[in-house]
Design a protein around this ligand. Structure first.
Ligand code: NAP
Length: 275
């Protein structure tokens, strides 16, 4: 049987964990397939799309900065991709229609929201950031029936843009969010603050509610400065690794109709790569 080909496209991609994760699952389920990272410029997207149409590539994941721009190359976007206008998984269906799907929303739900008894414990969430991943987080919170969602972003206009898509959200100015942080039971960092060599922002969290839960979408480093700081205050924290794993799990399902197992072996494999 011919080896199937899958890939992740984006730029930069040198640190992507997706090839390791999907290759682990293909091996585990005895599927003859190769999953690679293809770092491309914007003007090369159409070449990759053509390869999917010709079935030279079975499916792709899309990451920064192409999750929105990919849409113009597709025939149809479905489900969560339609709401978020953000596509991270592409495949050709049985009728030859090129489909874009979003599995980040599922990633957020499965990694965090389904685990923290959202309705009982939290009635309000604050999202830091209004970039590419923010629509998926907002939509995951709405799907999980949380209704009080606030957003704060360094560039105010991007928050306005998100509010047009999700009128339910309340905007808080970046300069002001530290004053209201006590009001939030759930705080999600969807900025790149906390990644290696980025600025720190611990001081903005001085008044955090001691019962709050903090989710960082960052997985490199696994323990950001902010997570370290909040752990010292006994705040419950999550890092971004599970979100990455669960969006990958759903992409794998979309392509193979197998729900691959998330086990310690896989988690440790990925953690070792991050170290
Ligand atoms: P993006 O579109 O480039 O957005 C970056 C966000 O970070 C923007 O809101 C930006 O604010 C903010 N930001 C950057 N530098 C800042 C600074 N010095 N001060 C304040 N805000 C700053 O990126 P993205 O795709 O949304 O990704 C955002 C984060 O989510 C990243 O850390 C990424 O690792 C993480 N992520 C994780 C997963 C996962 O599976 N775990 C998946 C996707 C993304 P401005 O609008 O003002 O520039």
């Amino acid at each position: 049987m011919k080896e199937k080909k899958y890939a992740i496209i984006g730029k930069p991609l040198s640190h992507s964990l997706s090839p390791l994760m999907h290759s682990y699952w293909y091996k585990k389920y005895n599927i003859k397939a190769k999953y690679e990272a293809i770092e491309i410029e914007k003007n090369e997207i159409e070449n990759v799309i053509e390869k999917i149409r010709k079935k030279e590539i079975e499916g792709i994941n899309i990451t920064l900065p192409y999750k929105q721009i990919i849409i113009q190359h597709l025939d149809k976007i479905i489900n969560d991709a339609k709401v978020t206008h953000s596509v991270n998984t592409v495949y050709l269906d049985n009728e030859g229609v090129l489909i874009g799907e979003n599995t980040d929303v599922y990633g957020v739900q499965a990694a965090y929201l389904n685990k923290i008894n959202l309705q009982k414990k939290y009635d309000s969430a604050l999202i830091l950031g209004a970039g590419g991943v923010a629509p998926s987080i907002i939509h995951a919170l709405i799907k999980s029936n949380l209704r009080k969602i606030s957003i704060t972003n360094r560039t105010y206009e991007k928050s306005i843009f998100l509010k047009k898509k999700f009128p339910i959200i309340k905007i808080i100015k970046w300069e002001d969010f530290h004053k209201t942080i006590l009001d939030f039971g759930l705080i999600i960092n969807a900025t790149s603050l906390g990644m290696k060599n980025s600025d720190q922002f611990d001081d903005l969290f001085e008044n955090i509610n001691e019962k709050a839960t903090y989710i960082d979408t960052i997985y490199n480093p696994l323990e950001t400065q902010m997570i370290k700081h909040l752990k010292q205050k006994n705040i419950k924290t999550f890092n971004g690794l599970d979100m990455l794993i669960y969006q990958g799990q759903k992409s794998f399902y979309v392509w193979n109709k197998i729900n691959p197992e998330v086990n310690d072996e896989l988690v440790n494999l990925l953690k070792d790569k991050i170290k």
